[in-house]
Ligand binder design. Sequence first.
Ligand code: HOC
Length: 383
Amino acid sequence: MNGIVEINDLKELARRRVPKMFFDYADSGSWTQSTYRANEEDFAKIKLRQRVLVDMTNRTLESTMIGQKVSMPVALAPTGLTGMQHADGEILAAQAAEAFGVPFTLSTMSVCSIEDIAESTTAPFWFQLYVMRDRDFVGRLIDRAKAAKCSALVLTLDLQILGQRHKDIRNGLSTPPKFTPKHIYQMVTRPRWCLGMMGTKRRTFRNIAGHAKGVTDLSSLSTWTAEQFDPQLSWKDVAWIKERWGGKLILKGILDKEDALMAAQTGADAIIVSNHGGRQLDGAPSSISVLAEIADAVGDRIEVHFDGGIRSGQDVLKALCLGAKGTYIGRSFLYGLGALGKDGVTLALEIIRKELDTTMALCGKRDIKDVGPELLYQPRNAG
Ligand code: HOC
């Protein structure tokens, strides 16, 4: 599309098209947002080695993540309330990912349900699980993911309690609930978004509907979340979930080497080095700054994946060079979704694929499976 060259262009278009409270919800981090910013900024500090006169024909980005074929090692991350960026957002993103040959991960906290995605796609998708105090409900979610033939369960470990997000509080997306004329104004001044929402039945949180009876809007959802998410989640629960699920298991939210070592002992298939997009512990290091240490510590025992701050194909390449077998984009696809719906998600994936391919070639590699730390520039006097 004219004028859209990089992910940032999609971001600016989304900012104009999505009501502020929902754009901010996706876009912001917790507290001072220092970790959220570091996720992006630390990528820029990593320099690539330019190589010349290397045969660059017949390049391939194909790879695998947890043994599943991917057209490039970039999955769509589980993102909460994706259906608020665009009507039926989770369905559109899943369809775009399927056409592209990359995994889509549905969040527990999504607007469209597990069953909605299963009915609208043919490729197996991944389901992200939050653990609530009510283990029967958690068990039922796992069973629904099995019935929908999800091919991996992504268990999030870093949201036992919710990090405080100042923008959400200021926007009224918090407890106690606030819904003011300002919100209504934000919505009606985004006619495309409004028409889309009016045209769909999927406007509330269908994975948890039925269990969370009073949850009908964002405010009541945030109250429910605060009460339901289990602050006592432990490694024992991981064992229980692994057993109940019985399929491929990915543990998301590892940022510390000690935790990575514990995770490697669980028998899970992969970990995701992640700080939840800078939305949980503000002041924690960027995901990219801890990736190499974690990959070195456990990479021979468990597949290491990465998320946090990827806004280009160059960022993907850097994460792969530092030890990730696969990566995830969250905001990068959400901006596309908010800007242009399904076409915007496809465009975000195309932008990333082209940047990844060109960067890999300029670094002198033809196969994404062959990239490693040798592609990164190490200044002579670096410690
Ligand atoms: C109000 C809902 O992964 C996020 C999500 C989890 C959200 C639950 C809160 O936004 O970080």
